[in-house]
Design a protein around this ligand. Sequence first.
Ligand SMILES: Cc1ncc(COP(=O)(O)O)c(C=O)c1O
Length: 418
Amino acid sequence: MRQPIENKVITPALDPTPRLLMGPGPIDVYPRVSRAMAMPMLGQFDPEFTGFMNETMELYRQVFRTRNQWTFLIDGTARAGIEACLGSLIAHGDKVLVPMFGRFGHLLAEIAFRAGGHVISIEAEWGTVFTTDQIAEAVRHHRPRVLALVHGDTSTTMMQPFEGLAEVCRETDTLFYSDATASIAGNPFDTDTLGLDAVSTGLQKCMSGPPGTSPITLSDRAAAVIDNRRHIEGGIKPEGAVDATGPRITSNYLDLAMIMDYWSPKRLNHHTEATSMLYAAHECARVVLEEGLDTGQARHRLTSRALRGGLEAMGLKLFGDAENRMANVTGVVIPDVCGDGEALRAAMLNDFGIEIGTSFGPLAGKIWRIGTMGYVCRKANVLRCLASLDASLRRSGYEAPANAGIDAAYDVYDEAGA
Ligand SMILES: Cc1ncc(COP(=O)(O)O)c(C=O)c1O
């Protein structure tokens, strides 16, 4: 017979060691955002709270640079936003074109497949991106229902240019979806000018927030497709409500039609909005918009230039096609003397309290990824990172010219008058 559990062991309170998070995300949270998360709970239908929901929609319209009415949060990490968008747009057997240039393209293909899509993928070598013509040609050839494309793929640090793709999508009646989790706010991203139909993101990169909610935006075209699949669950269905004729969205939790009813003036109950995450998202957007999107992007570009200048002066090789690098994460080829680079990463973490990343799949143990995102994207952090990298490399047997990294970074800042 099993013994009853005696709850005698209480583990100590969590006391995380302060770190400087300079990996590919999550990154250090802006203190104003952490404070916002400690605000009191409100009931989900309290008019004050629904007012905050409406404000959040308005703030994210500005972050996404869109007029889309349907701009709101999906509770869950960035992956939940991806699944909500793809699962609500793709019906069984729909063709989905996924150009893949890194790990997150594979993720889109996987999610589209699970949503019942007939996935057609094309691949670019990791460290490169596609030309517009390559994608346009594939769209014209396959005429997919959805083009699903990562904007900035953190696994390779590359950013795919989107210009010209919306026109081809209109021509072929294709919905254009993008995962902009890693790029939004740190790189130029204008939803309406780029002609996107659906975009999903997260907070834990250039938005300076924690993982746990996914801001998304949907064009009227995308909203119409979703409206045509609205099936309201029993128990909350208003009298006289008639389901749409399109196929039911297979996930209940990530059913955008029902989530839109919750975020609309109907306030039809779905999940309980993750109150503290909404507070976080609200404050993240305020932080980003107060600085100004263009100013924030310029800060990301300058910081990356300083970091990259420093790394190259230390004799390290930057990874990937220089034309298409994201402005918020830098790939560095791990020098032979450091093996798979894990011992150096451990030294950076344990001796200096700085986290940097490695990568996935073919790039695991081949590159380090250094993030300069959001709240972390500052001169002091670049200098701290270069100094500790220099010391850690030296102890691994890699000799960089003395102070070369720091000096080169200073040069970039001096030249910029920053
Ligand atoms: C481009 C991209 N998409 C999606 C994700 C997945 O985000 P999450 O782990 O929050 O689900 C990440 C996370 O690193 C990412 O960089």
